[in-house]
Design a protein around this ligand. Structure first.
Ligand code: MN
Length: 129
């Protein structure tokens, strides 16, 4: 069980992600844009952020760079939620500082596995400090 922040502007994707995470026993925080997400990340310090890449205003990769550049939030694992699964996007996502990505549409098994791996890595990082 972990504290997980979902930053996603699409209501259907948010609903599905929250449902799957809560079913898996996680505590979930929700933001529909980057600004609100960054505020919640600083305030709640979740173990993991699921970050939609395409957001209104500041996009998810800019938000990731900001969070990874801030001492308060840089140890939070960030997994990108991306609709594009094209060659080159993976590099862009990694260059922004993301710890992994999930391609949309969300497939339950892959989603829960990537989240589980990221939460495990967050736990290891936490235990090492
Ligand atoms: Mn979006």
């Amino acid at each position: 069980m972990a504290r997980i922040l979902v930053i996603e502007d699409n209501a259907a994707n948010m609903k599905l992600a929250v449902f799957l995470l809560e079913q898996a026993g996680h505590e979930v925080f929700q933001a529909s844009d980057a600004e609100e997400g960054i505020r919640l990340a600083r305030e709640q310090h979740p173990a993991l952020i699921l970050m939609d890449v395409q957001l209104p205003g500041m996009d998810g990769l800019a938000a990731t760079r900001l969070l990874k550049g801030d001492a308060i939030t840089r140890d939070i694992k960030i997994v990108a939620l991306t609709a594009f699964a094209m060659r080159g996007d993976r590099e862009k996502i990694e260059a922004a500082g993301c710890d992994g990505y999930i391609a949309k549409p969300i497939r339950y098994q892959e989603f829960l596995q990537v989240v589980g791996d990221a939460v495990a890595r967050a736990g290891v990082a936490l235990a090492a400090t």
